[in-house]
Design a binder for this molecule. Sequence first.
Ligand code: MLT
Length: 239
Amino acid sequence: MKIKTLLSPLNVDDLYFTNKTTVVIDVLRATTTIVTALNNGAKEIIPVGSIEFAIKISGDAFSSLTLLAGERNTKKIEGFALGNSPLEFSNEIVNGKSIVLFTTNGSKAIVKAKYSSRLFITSFLNSASVAKKVNDSEELNILCSGNNGLFSFEDSACAGDLIDEILQINENVELDDASKTCHMLFQKNKRSLRKMLSETEHGKKLIEQGFKDDIKYAAQKNIIDLVPQFGKGSIKLSN
Ligand code: MLT
């Protein structure tokens, strides 16, 4: 398998993903939140690229079945039911619901990769399951959501975690330079993912805004055994 890691969505055209197997990462916090929501019984997550579009597709007719969720500058958007803290997406709140999700980087990265033939979502919570799912690919693209078009330490380390999980089950893997670097970042930090997340730029911002518990939660390895997959406009549990 050849693994290629895109360190941010900047300079990648939507059409690049056509016919590719892609895994998207926004470990703080969108992809951690998506994994949690599906694990807690959400029917589907509909990622969107703008707040206006989120409001447009969550019309009154579906209001009891649809929840609007998302953040701007880490905080819940005014009028939305939920923010982007994974801890908000409990079974009581999300079970059976369709969730329309807008986030600064994560939901946009997923939308960008929508033409992939297979598009999966990972985080530290579920990377072993995702590794097994993509292990049949000849070529794998890992897309880090990054930080406003720039490099994000935590997404790159999480890409390294997925690569590490794949290397444990597949001896025939070729890494590009970015993938090798991500794998080194993960190996250097794997003993204390919580400390690593807390010391990143976005981690520090989340702590300042009162989301310290989100970091503790997002740092847990393989506590959830499921694979979210995007198809026909929404993310559901993969078969
Ligand atoms: C993002 O998409 O940039 C993040 O998930 C932001 C956050 O809510 O921490």
